[in-house]
Write a protein that binds this ligand. Structure first.
Ligand SMILES: [Zn+2]
Length: 89
């Protein structure tokens, strides 16, 4: 009984771990961080990496001068108010 439970929880942990990696990558991509590294971080550190990526400030480098929301440094138009903005570089 204990052995069966142990095996089930093993697969559950593997599933949870992969989920952590995928979710880490998802958050990192949304924050414009290096999502490949965050996916690897999720694989190695699981929930810890998930907490870390949640706490990491996003990679937004530019702020829309019209609505003052954070946008990508590469954006030429604001995704919120659709007005033109100057990309960095
Ligand atoms: Zn805007």
């Amino acid at each position: 009984m204990i052995e069966v439970f142990g095996e089930m929880s093993f697969y559950y942990i593997i599933f949870l771990w992969l989920g952590c990696a995928a979710y880490c990558a998802h958050i990192a991509k949304a924050k414009e961080l290096n999502y490949i590294w965050w996916a690897l971080g999720g694989l190695f550190f699981g929930v810890v990496a998930l907490i870390a990526v949640s706490a990491t400030p996003n990679g937004w480098q530019n702020t829309c001068p019209h609505c003052c929301l954070g946008v990508s440094g590469k954006a030429t138009a604001c995704p919120y108010c659709t007005r033109e903005i100057n990309p960095i570089k």
